[in-house]
Design a protein around this ligand. Structure first.
Ligand code: FCB
Length: 454
C-alpha cells in the first residue's frame, strides 16, 4: 500500500483545507446525571444485560464535561484548525422538549468560547445518536412528530450558539443509528422491526430538512452539512443471493439519506417500501440545499444473505487475506479513494471527511509511552488515498480524524480505542500516543506547505 510521503508528485490540497479531530457527546462527556442532564436512549441501552461489551456505560467516559480545558489544550498542541463535537440533546433539553436546562447550555458556551480563544473553529453536530429517552417513550423516530421536536431543539441551539458557531451538521451517520437501532439490535433503542425502521428512515430525513431550514433562518451565513457514512458494500462471496443482499444493504446503508437529501428521491427498493409513509410535499421538505457532504469512512463492508436477518441480509466476513485494524475492520484505502470520487460524481457538492481513523487495544508500555504504529500505518495510506481522490477531481475541503481521545465506543464499550490520546479510564489521565505526534507533524507540514515555508 502506498504511503502519503511516497507521493510528492500529487497536487497540494486547497490553501483553506481544514484539519481537525472529531468526538461525540455521549462517547466522551460523562457527567451523565449531573447539572440537570436527562437520560438518553444510550443510558438505558447500556443498562441492558449483554448489550454493551463488559457492561460499560458512558456515565463517566473521558469526563470531558469537567476536563474539557485539558482537551482543548491538547488540540492546540496538535495544531488543528477545527474541532467537531456534538451537543447532547438531553443535556440541554432533559425531556427532549419543553423545559430548557440552562446549566447544559452553559457547558457548551464554555467549550465554544474556549475553542475560539485557542484559535480552533467549532463544528457543531446536533445529533450523534443520543435521543432523549422521554422522546423515545413517546414513539421516538418511529413517530413523525419527532422531526418537529428535533427542529425545535435545533432552533434552541441555533439561537444560543449561532453568534459563535458557523459550521453546523444536522446528524451523524443517519443510516447507522436507524439500521442498528430499528432493524439490527446493535444500538439504542434496540428495536427489531421492519416497519419502524422504514418510518425512522423517513422521519429522520424530514428532521434533517427541517433542521437545515431552521439553521438557515436563525444563523445568517451558516455553513450547513450532514454527516453520512458511505462504505462500499461488497458481497462476501459472489453468489446471486449475496449480490442481492449487498444491493439491499447498499440502499439502507449508503443511499437512504444522501439520495433524498441531495437528489430528491429515494433509491428504488426503498421508494416502494416507503410509499405508505411519504406525504405530499415530503421530498421537497427533505431536499434542502446544503453546503457540504460530511463523509465518515473506515473501510468497506461485506454482506451475505441471511434469511434470519430482519431484511434477509447479514454482515459477512472480509476476505481472509484482507489486512484489518486488529478489531476486524478492513484496511482498504482504495475503497476510500473510490468513495470520495463516487460522492463527487453523484452529488456534486464539496466533501469534508468528518471521520476516518483506526481502532485498537493500545496500552502504555513499561515507560508509560503509548506506541501505535498500526494507527500511523493506517493513516499514512488513507492520507495518500485522499490525495489521489483530490488529484482525480474530488473537491475535498477538510479532514477530521476520529478521534481525539480513546472513548466509549458504543457496543464495544471501552474495548476499542480510536484516540490519538490514550485515556486511562480509571483515572482520566491523558497520554498522547505516537500517532498524536504523527498527526501534529503532518498538520505542521501541510500548513508550512500552504504558506510556502516548507
Ligand atoms: C462511527 C461513529 C463514531 C465512532 C466511529 C469509530 O461510526 O460515528 O461515533 O464510533 O465510528
Amino acid at each position: 500500500m502506498n504511503r502519503i510521503d511516497d507521493a510528492p508528485s500529487l497536487p497540494p490540497l486547497r490553501p483553506d483545507f481544514v484539519w481537525g479531530v472529531s468526538t461525540s457527546a455521549y462517547q466522551i462527556e460523562g457527567a451523565a446525571a449531573e447539572d440537570g442532564r436527562g437520560p438518553s436512549i444510550w443510558d438505558r441501552h447500556c443498562r441492558i444485560a449483554g448489550a454493551v461489551h463488559n457492561g460499560d456505560t458512558g456515565d463517566v467516559a473521558c469526563d470531558h464535561y469537567h476536563r474539557w480545558p485539558e482537551d482543548v489544550a491538547l488540540m492546540r498542541r496538535l495544531g488543528v484548525d477545527a474541532y467537531r463535537f456534538s451537543v447532547s440533546w438531553p443535556r440541554v433539553l432533559p425531556r427532549g422538549r419543553g423545559a430548557v436546562n440552562e446549566a447544559g447550555l452553559a457547558f457548551y458556551d464554555r467549550l465554544i468560547d474556549g475553542l475560539l480563544e485557542a484559535g480552533i473553529e467549532p463544528w457543531l453536530c446536533l445529533y450523534h445518536w443520543d435521543l432523549p429517552l422521554a422522546l423515545h417513550e413517546l414513539g421516538g423516530w418511529a413517530r413523525r412528530d419527532c422531526a418537529g421536536w428535533y427542529a425545535d431543539y435545533a432552533a434552541l441551539c441555533a439561537k444560543r450558539f449561532g453568534d459563535r458557531v458557523r459550521r453546523w451538521a444536522t446528524f451523524n451517520e443517519f443510516s447507522v443509528f436507524t439500521l442498528f437501532g430499528y432493524a439490527i439490535p446493535w444500538a439504542a433503542p434496540r428495536i427489531v422491526d421492519r416497519d419502524q425502521h422504514l418510518r425512522a428512515i423517513h422521519h429522520v430525513n424530514l428532521a434533517h430538512g427541517a433542521g437545515v431550514d431552521v439553521l438557515r433562518a436563525l444563523v445568517p451565513g451558516a455553513s450547513v452539512g450532514a454527516i453520512h457514512n458511505r462504505q462500499a458494500v461488497r458481497p462476501e462471496s459472489d453468489t446471486p443471493e449475496n449480490r442481492a443482499a449487498a444491493a439491499l444493504l447498499d440502499e439502507h446503508w449508503n443511499l437512504a439519506f444522501p439520495d433524498p437529501q441531495l437528489l430528491g428521491h429515494y433509491p428504488p427498493r426503498l421508494a416502494a417500501a416507503l410509499e405508505p409513509y411519504v406525504a405530499a410535499g415530503d421530498m421537497a421538505r427533505i431536499a434542502r440545499p446544503v453546503d457540504w457532504f460530511g463523509l465518515n469512512h473506515y473501510g468497506p463492508i461485506f454482506a451475505k444473505a441471511d434469511p434470519a436477518g430482519t431484511w434477509g441480509y447479514g454482515w459477512g466476513e472480509a476476505p481472509p487475506d484482507q489486512p484489518d485494524h486488529g478489531v476486524g475492520w478492513a484496511i482498504f484505502p482504495e475503497a476510500f479513494r473510490d468513495e470520495l470520487l463516487t460522492i463527487a460524481r453523484r452529488y456534486r457538492i464539496p466533501i469534508v471527511v468528518t471521520e476516518n481513523g483506526c481502532g485498537g487495544s493500545d496500552a502504555p508500555d513499561a515507560t508509560g509511552a503509548v506506541n501505535d504504529p498500526h494507527r500511523i500505518a493506517y493513516l499514512e495510506v488513507y492520507q495518500r488515498a485522499l490525495r489521489e481522490a483530490v488529484a482525480a477531481g474530488a473537491d475535498v475541503r477538510g479532514f477530521f480524524l476520529w478521534s481525539l481521545l480513546d472513548n466509549f465506543e458504543w457496543g464495544s464499550g471501552y474495548g476499542n480505542r480510536f484516540g490519538l490520546v490514550h485515556v486511562d479510564f480509571a483515572t482520566g489521565r491523558r497520554t498522547p500516543k505516537a500517532s498524536f505526534r504523527w498527526y501534529a507533524d503532518r498538520i505542521a507540514r501541510e500548513k508550512a506547505a500552504r504558506s510556502g515555508t516548507a
